[in-house]
Design a protein around this ligand. Sequence first.
Ligand code: F0G
Length: 457
Amino acid sequence: MKTIIEPFKIKSVEPIKFTTFEERKKALEVASNNTFLIPAEDVLIDLLTDSGTSAMSSLQWAGIMKGDESYAGARSFFTFENAVKKITGMKHIIPTHQGRAAEKILFSILGGPGKYFPNNTHFDTTRANIEFTGAVAEDYLVEVGSRPEVKADFKGNMDIERLEEFMVKRKRENIPLCMITITNNSGGGQPVSMQNIRDVREICTKYSVPFFIDACRFAENSYFIKKREKGFENKSVLEIAQEIFSYADGVTMSAKKDALANIGGFLALNDDSLAIKCRNLLIVTEGFPTYGGLAGRDLEAVAQGLEEIVDENYLEYRIRSVEYLGDKLTNAGVPIIEPPGGHAIYIDAKRFTPHIPSEQYPGQSIVCELYLQGGIRGVEIGSVMFGKYNIDGKLISPSMELVRLAIPRRVYTQSHIDFVAEVVIEVYNNRHNLKGYEITYEAPILRHFTAKFSKLK
Ligand code: F0G
């Protein structure tokens, strides 16, 4: 018999607070209908993000005690460096306090006006770090990647033809690097195939453009390759990950995802002169190159997490538990991005609430209702997060209106997830009563974090 259960037992627990409907109604009011502004204590099941929210293992906690806090050359750095090198094979390993710090350093050096960066889909911080330098971020996702209802194995793939057109149009001297995000977070946590990674490598070689990987969820992506791509069924996840990175010139990573740590990240590079520039900037913004904005104990937790994440019993449980929620929802008719991705279920708000137009933020309406009915916190990924205005002040919506339910790693049990499914299905069955929202306050950038909303009559 095949066993797919949680490959761990629970040693330490944290209580979660039960609230009443009236209390949640009040909390939403106080937070101006923005669930980012609700205190986490008032959330029953927190699916806002899978980032930094993992439960650490006993060995990771032991690592925390072992941490060497020396300013320079700490033992914990070498443990960390070895763990990252084992997976990525990169020559230079530069620790940062999280993923966006690695992005900030890389793009501050390579970006600037007149520069162009392609990606399958830039994550919001990656895009922000590029645009902040005056450079342009462009997405080249395969067409099927933005069609939630179509099932395909590798909906995170890059559109190779359009990428090549981009290379010709923008000219190689204006393209400091090409990046691919595995898995594709902004497009449903969908994986990228090994073939696609090889094809992107080939184009990058042809046009002499360095190839980088945003590796936040590399282990989940590698597991999908093992399960779905011919020729990889008998390879280990570690071997698959090593092959992925063998095609790259550099890596940025947030260790808050597939390194099972609560904080941390790194930049890994092969280019000696770029590594010198990055380390020099690191010293200004993060810290000495052997700790880079982290404590020695954090380096230990990341190193141990990287060992644990490639465990195939873990990955089988992980991917299956996300799919389990997906199955329950699709069986009840709830529209989601299919097939489910690696770290989250993405509800397709356009089909969930077709009576609410994009200008009235259908995803936000679902997010508020999930909290109100069940104390569940998800996040809108649609017109609130990515909406822009044209010169007449009219909203330009992204192609998809989504609600992400991200599953923290090793945190919730099957009965928590059963409860999530019950709440989502109940909200879906009463979807005709949902109303749109309007924004009453917004910040000029990354507005979703602090915006205020009011419910339309
Ligand atoms: N790249 C991707 C693909 C990400 O998903 C994230 C973070 C980052 C870069 C930045 O890493 O947070 O450590 O600075 N994603 C989180 C999320 C925040 O909720 O999806 P960071």
